[in-house]
Design a protein around this ligand. Structure first.
Ligand SMILES: C[S@@+](CC[C@H](N)C(=O)[O-])C[C@H]1O[C@@H](n2cnc3c(N)ncnc32)[C@H](O)[C@@H]1O
Length: 285
C-alpha cells in the first residue's frame, strides 16, 4: 500500500481539492441545526427532509443550485475516478450516496450503466428527473446501512464521494464490505473523506469543535484518518490499496481480487488454523 501526497498540488490534486472543497461547506457558514434532536443513524429521515425540492436537495448536497457549477464539479470528480480507478465503456458503475446525480451526469455518457444509490428517495427522484435524457441510468434505494438491493458480483466500479463524513464508522465499513460483495472479481472501489491529518482537515475539524455539543446537527461532518480507511479496505479483502492525500481530502481505493486469487485467499485461513495454537483456532471459529 502506498500513500501519495498530492497536497503540494499536482494538477489533479489541485482540481480535486477545488472540485470537492465547496461540497463540505468550507465557506464558514453556520451549520444547519434543525436536526439536532435526531440520531445520526436516522439517515433516511434526515436526508429526505432536506431534499423535498430539487433546489433544496442541491443546496444540501453542495451549497449551490447553479447547473453550470454542478457540471464543472461533476467533471472534476469524473476526472478523479478515471485517473484512480478507471471508468471504461463496458463498466457498470454504482455510486453510494448519489445525491442529485452530480457525478452521474458526468459518468453516464462514458460507462455502460450508472446506478445511483441513496438513502433518500427524494434524492433518487431528483436524479431520475435531472438525468432523464440517459437510458443507462438506474436508481436504487438503500436502508442507509447496506446494498441489499444490489446482487453479488454485478458491478465493475463502486464509489462514494462526500458521503462518509456523514456516516457512523460502522456504516462506512459496512459500505466498503458491501462494495466488495457487489463487485465482480477485479472490480474497483473508491471512497473519500476529509483527512484530519492534513492542515486543511485539521482546520475543518477545529471549526466543527466550535459547535456547542447540544447544537450539533445529526449529520455534522466527521473526518477520517488515512489509517481508518485503509483498515476497512484491508479487512474487507481488497488488494492493490492506494491512498491519495489531496489537500483537505483522503481518497482511498482498492481492487477486489480476481476469482482465482480469491479462492486461494479463502483456502489460507484453514491452513493457518491447522498450524495455529488451539486457543487461537477457537477464537477464530
Ligand atoms: C453531501 S451529499 C453528496 C452527494 C453526491 N455524492 C455528490 O457528491 O454530489 C450526501 C449524500 O449522501 C446521502 N446519504 C446520507 N447518508 C446515507 C447513507 N447512510 N446511505 C446512503 N446514502 C446516504 C444523502 O442523501 C446525500 O444524497
Amino acid at each position: 500500500m502506498s500513500i501519495q501526497d498530492k497536497t503540494k498540488q499536482l494538477p489533479l490534486g489541485k482540481r480535486l481539492t477545488r472540485a470537492l472543497r465547496s461540497l463540505v461547506g468550507l465557506k464558514n457558514e453556520p451549520l444547519p441545526v434543525e436536526h439536532v434532536k435526531l440520531n445520526r443513524s436516522q439517515y433516511k429521515t434526515i436526508w429526505n427532509s432536506v431534499s423535498v425540492s430539487q433546489d433544496d436537495a442541491k443546496m444540501a448536497v453542495s451549497g449551490y443550485t447553479d447547473e453550470e457549477i454542478y457540471r464543472q464539479m461533476g467533471e472534476g470528480t469524473r476526472e478523479m475516478l478515471q485517473s484512480y480507478v478507471g471508468i471504461g465503456p463496458d463498466d457498470v458503475v454504482l455510486e453510494i450516496g448519489a445525491g442529485v446525480g452530480r457525478v452521474g451526469a458526468a459518468l453516464a455518457p462514458i460507462c455502460k450503466e450508472w446506478i445511483g444509490v441513496d438513502v433518500a428517495e427524494n434524492m433518487l427522484g431528483h436524479i431520475r428527473q435531472r438525468l432523464a435524457a440517459f437510458d443507462n441510468v438506474r436508481t436504487i434505494p438503500t436502508s442507509g446501512f447496506d446494498l441489499a438491493n444490489v446482487p453479488d458480483a454485478s458491478v465493475d466500479v463502486v464509489y462514494s464521494t462526500v458521503v462518509f463524513m456523514h456516516l457512523e464508522e460502522w456504516d462506512r465499513y459496512s459500505y466498503i464490505k458491501e462494495g466488495f460483495r457487489i463487485l465482480r472479481p477485479g472490480g474497483r472501489m473508491l471512497v473519500d473523506n476529509v483527512d484530519i491529518t492534513s492542515d486543511l482537515g485539521w482546520k475543518f475539524f477545529e471549526e466543527h469543535c466550535a459547535v456547542p455539543p447540544f447544537e450539533r446537527p445529526a449529520q455534522i461532518s466527521k473526518t477520517s484518518t488515512p489509517q481508518e480507511l485503509e483498515t476497512y479496505f484491508t479487512r474487507a479483502g481488497y488488494e492493490a490499496i492506494e491512498q491519495i492525500r489531496a489537500g483537505l481530502w483522503i481518497v482511498t481505493y482498492g481492487r477486489k481480487p480476481a476469482a482465482q486469487e480469491q479462492e486461494q485467499q479463502q483456502e489460507l485461513p484453514a491452513e493457518q488454523l491447522a498450524a495455529a495454537p488451539a486457543e487461537e483456532a477457537q477464537a477464530a471459529v
